[in-house]
Structure formats: C-alpha cells, structure tokens
Design a protein around this ligand. Structure first.
Ligand code: GLP
Length: 264
C-alpha cells in the first residue's frame, strides 16, 4: 500500500484528481472505476473543471461504477446513476453509452450481476479504480463478512450503512436494504486503485484497513493484497494510525526519489 497523508480534504481531492488526469493523459481510452458518496464529490468537481478547461478529455474513456441500490431505477434521485449524472457525467465529454452502473431495476438482478462482470472484461478490465471507505470498513457495498474473492453480486446492507446513508433520503422515502456491488475480487482485479478517506469518522476504519489483519471483518483490508493501491488520507482520517511517522517518512523518501529521477 502506498499511503499518502495530506493536510486537508481539499488536498486529498486534488491528489486524486491528478491521478485521474495523469491516467487519461497517458491512456485516453482508459477504463475508470468510479464511486459515489460524499468523499469523491470534490474530486469530481476538479475533474469537471479540468475537462471544461480542456486539460483532460473523457471522450474515449469508459467508466464502471462500483455499486447501485437494488430496487431504485436510474431516474430515482437517490440512485447512484442519478448521482453520477448530477455530479459528473452531465458536465463532462463522456459518451453516455460508455458509462456503466449496475442495473438496480433489472428484472433478473442475478443475471445483471453476471452481465456486469462480463462487460468489465469486454472493456479490457479497469485501469484505475476510485474507492471511498465506509465507517465500518466497507468498499463499494462489500460489507464486513464479504468474501475477499467475491464478484459482482447482490449484498444486504448493514444497519450501520443504512443509517450512514439515511442522510440522502427524505423522511418517509423508501430506502433500499439491498444493493448490487462489484465484489472484492472484482475490485482487486483493477490495475491501479486509489482510495480516498477524509474526516475523523473514518479514522478507525482507516486503521483497520492499513494496520489491521487481512480480514473479511474489514473489507478494505483486502487492499493489502493489491500491488498498486494508493491510500490518500487527510490528517483526521489518518489520526488513529500507530505508525503514522513511518508512513510520512516513506512518502518523503518517495518524493525525494521522484525529484532526483526528474532532475536526471
Ligand atoms: C456508500 C458507498 C461507498 C462509499 C461509502 C462512503 O456506502 N456505497 O462506495 O465509499 O458510502 O461514503 P462517504 O464518502 O459519503 O463517506
């Protein structure tokens, strides 16, 4: 794991946006894995600005979102399809047919899960996957106890996740308890992964992800198995890490090495 600790949530968004812009500059037809939640919003604003200023283009890119609520159709304001349209897709030059999100309204959701896996393979696999982090250590909607090699499937949400996401629903609105999510195995197949976590509410999940054992109890700990996973944290999210000075030291050395290589 490459751990980057930055002073503020804005710096985290800027770091993440740079990774996406660099990815698209190097490979304009990249396959991007995208996430919902509050954490990626600032990064999406930066990508929209960069796209509008013609610093980056999504015209040849394809995207696959991590997850969707089961039982909400794409027009539902709380669906993740709606979220992505509002917060990213409507404002950039991506082709609508190149944006994939699991179908929460599928007549046969089990078949929809298998189809999603096939679509990712047909696109050549995900080059760069963006992740947020649930307070309980979930990634996508892979809740604690999720199989570490799981594939896209229907998952039941925990009471904690339902409560955390209740803020997006109006009182009295139907809030789904089921989702379709890429599995942990699906996520680990991405060539590169960047997970963003900000705020003190994520600090204990961050600690379990980085310093805890590899365990289904903290699905994000599966990233310990990935060869190119970058974890970008603000100070608050990093605040429970026992070895924080060691991670800072490694990152300083990485930066110094990069600088030397650039000067050669
Ligand atoms: C949801 C999403 C996750 C996201 C998590 C954290 O449960 N399925 O992909 O990482 O929320 O969201 P937030 O960034 O709002 O804390």
């Amino acid at each position: 794991m490459h751990i980057v600790i930055l002073p503020t949530a804005n710096c985290v968004a800027e770091y993440g946006a740079t990774l996406f812009i660099d990815q698209l500059s190097a490979k304009p037809d990249s396959v991007l894995g995208l996430a919902t939640g509050s954490t990626p919003l600032a990064l999406y604003h930066l990508l929209i600005a960069a796209n509008q200023q013609q610093q980056v283009s999504f015209a040849c890119a394809k995207t696959f979102n991590l997850d969707e609520y089961l039982g909400l159709n794409s027009e539902h304001p709380q669906s993740y399809r709606y979220f992505m349209q509002q917060h990213l897709f409507n404002h950039i030059d991506i082709l609508p047919e190149n944006t994939a999100i699991p179908d929460g309204a599928a007549a046969d959701p089990v078949a929809a899960c298998a189809r999603y896996e096939q679509q990712i393979i047909a696109a050549g696999g995900i080059d760069l996957q963006l992740l947020g982090l649930g307070r309980n250590g979930h990634i996508g909607f892979n809740e604690p106890s999720s199989g570490l090699r799981s594939r896209t499937r229907i998952k039941t949400l925990t009471a904690a996740t339902i409560a955390d996401n209740a803020r997006f629903f109006q009182t009295g609105d139907y809030q789904p308890h089921l989702s379709i999510t890429m599995g942990i195995g699906t996520i680990l197949d991405a060539r590169k992964i960047v997970l963003l976590a900000t705020g003190v509410t994520k600090a204990s999940a961050v600690k379990a992800m980085i310093e805890g054992p590899l365990a289904a109890a903290c699905p994000a700990s599966a990233l310990q198995l990935h060869q190119q996973a970058t974890i970008v944290l603000d100070e608050a999210a990093a605040s429970e890490l026992a070895d924080i000075e060691f991670y800072r030291h490694i990152e300083r050395e990485n930066q110094a090495l990069l600088k030397r290589l650039k000067q050669q």
